[in-house]
Design a protein. Structure first.
Length: 254
């Protein structure tokens, strides 16, 4: 599917990997709906992009807010062809330590945002795409964001790894579910990328993370994530797959 003239909804689109994805698709001629929390910089970002961009305030765990974001895409631009899930949160805590067991509410929150929130967007986007006429034998493309933590979860990443593992596991069944409607589903599992979250770390810690990557020995650039999203959209044979984007990194226990 060529992005030009199509419409994309990107959750977590105001910053980090989501922002880079919005930029990549917009540069290739797509209309974009930047979906992010009301407290984000999404509205300002959308205005900077101009007429082919809109902001939709949306918490991915809210059916009503995500429905509104999908309706914004369909109403403003006549349809929804691309949905990219970049919204997510992280948390660091061991299963149990000297202070006691892992907080169950925290675990549930990470699962609710990263896994249930991703599926909430998938199901509502897929429903909208299903009712549209196919273009070049496709009605839509859904791209999710997992993490290499789904495969190489480190100490303290039990909640995060579980949530991202769930995203990986549902990729193939979603692709199979939607094949008859000509909708693809692909997941990207990024390694360590130079996002605002990592920008808060000291330079020494950032360098240590970069040194663990075999090649290229640096943090990933958000633009490289956005470029892969664009390629997935454009390559119709990519379906039901999780792609590691990590410079051959395999994370150690800690």
């Amino acid at each position: 599917m060529r992005p030009e003239g199509k419409t994309a909804l990107v959750t977590g689109g105001a910053s980090g990997l989501g922002r880079a994805t919005v930029e990549a698709l917009h540069e290739r001629g797509a209309n974009v709906v930047v979906a992010d929390l009301a407290s984000s910089a999404g509205e300002t970002f959308a205005k900077e992009l101009g007429g082919r961009a809109r902001f939709a305030a949306a918490d991915v765990t809210s059916p009503e807010e995500v429905n509104t974001a999908v309706a914004t895409a369909a109403g403003e631009f006549g349809g929804l062809h691309i949905a990219v899930n970049c919204a997510g949160i992280g948390w660091a805590a061991r299963t149990a330590d000297r202070s006691g067991p892992h907080d169950l509410e925290v675990f549930s929150t990470v699962i609710r945002v990263n896994l249930i929130g991703t599926f909430n967007v998938i199901r509502l986007a897929a429903a909208q795409m299903s009712g549209q006429d196919p273009v070049d034998d496709e009605r839509g493309v859904i791209v999710n964001t997992a993490s290499i933590a789904a495969f190489d979860g480190q100490i303290g990443q039990v909640a995060y790894a579980a949530s991202k593992g769930g995203v990986v596991s549902m990729t193939l069944p979603v692709a199979r579910d939607m094949a008859s409607r000509q909708i693809r589903c692909v997941t990207i599992a990024p390694g360590t990328f130079d996002t605002p979250m990592l920008a808060m770390l000291p330079d020494e810690a950032r360098q240590k993370l970069a040194d663990e990557i075999p090649h290229p020995r640096r943090l990933g650039r958000p633009s490289e994530f956005g470029a892969l999203v664009a390629h997935i959209v454009e390559n119709p044979m990519l379906n039901g797959e999780t792609i590691r984007l990590d410079g051959a990194l395999r994370m150690p226990p800690k």
